[in-house]
Ligand binder design. Structure first.
Ligand code: SF4
Ligand code: SF4
Length: 132
C-alpha cells in the first residue's frame, strides 16, 4: 500500500510524458485554428521525440534476404507472404502488429523497424502498406 502511495505523490509533481498536439487546447474550429497558426497568433506544439526503440513500419532490405522463411514462421499476425518465384518476402503492413519478432529472428538482419507511424489509409493494399 505504502509504495503505491509514494508513487502517487511523485506523479503529482511530474510533467506529463505526452504533449497536446497540435496545440495546447483542443480547438473548437480547425479552420480558425489554421488561420491563427498562419498569422503567427498560435504556435503548433512539436510532436514528442521518438524513442530510440520505437517500432514503426518495417524496412526490408530485399537484396540481403536469403529466403529462409524464418520471419514467416515467427510472425504471429501472418503478415508475411513468401514469393516462391523470387524467393523473397512480401509484408502486409495493415496486418502487422509491430512486435518486431521477424526483425529479431532474421539471420541476415535485413528487417528493421523504422520511425514511420503515419500509416492510415483507406486501402489496406495500397503501395504505402505493402513492403517487398
Ligand atoms: S513485426 Fe511482428 S507482426 Fe509485423 S511482420 Fe514482423 S513478426 Fe509479423
Ligand atoms: S528471415 Fe530474413 S532472410 Fe529469412 S526470409 Fe525473412 S527476411 Fe528473408
Amino acid at each position: 500500500m505504502f509504495p503505491m502511495f509514494g508513487q502517487l505523490i511523485k506523479q503529482l509533481f511530474r510533467k506529463p510524458f505526452t504533449n497536446k498536439f497540435p496545440v495546447k487546447y483542443a480547438p473548437n474550429n480547425v479552420t480558425e485554428l489554421l488561420k491563427k497558426v498562419e498569422s503567427g497568433e498560435v504556435k503548433i506544439n512539436p510532436p514528442v521525440e521518438m524513442p530510440e526503440w520505437f517500432r514503426g513500419k518495417i524496412i526490408y532490405e530485399k537484396e540481403k534476404c536469403i529466403g529462409c522463411k524464418m520471419c514467416i514462421t515467427v510472425c504471429p499476425a501472418k503478415a508475411i507472404d513468401f514469393k516462391e518465384e523470387e524467393k523473397k518476402i512480401k509484408i502486409y503492413v495493415s496486418r502487422c502488429i509491430f512486435c518486431s519478432q521477424c526483425n529479431d529472428v532474421c539471420p541476415v538482419n535485413c528487417l528493421h523497424m523504422s520511425n514511420e507511424f503515419l500509416l492510415a489509409d483507406t486501402d489496406r493494399l495500397s503501395d504505402n502498406l505493402i513492403v517487398e
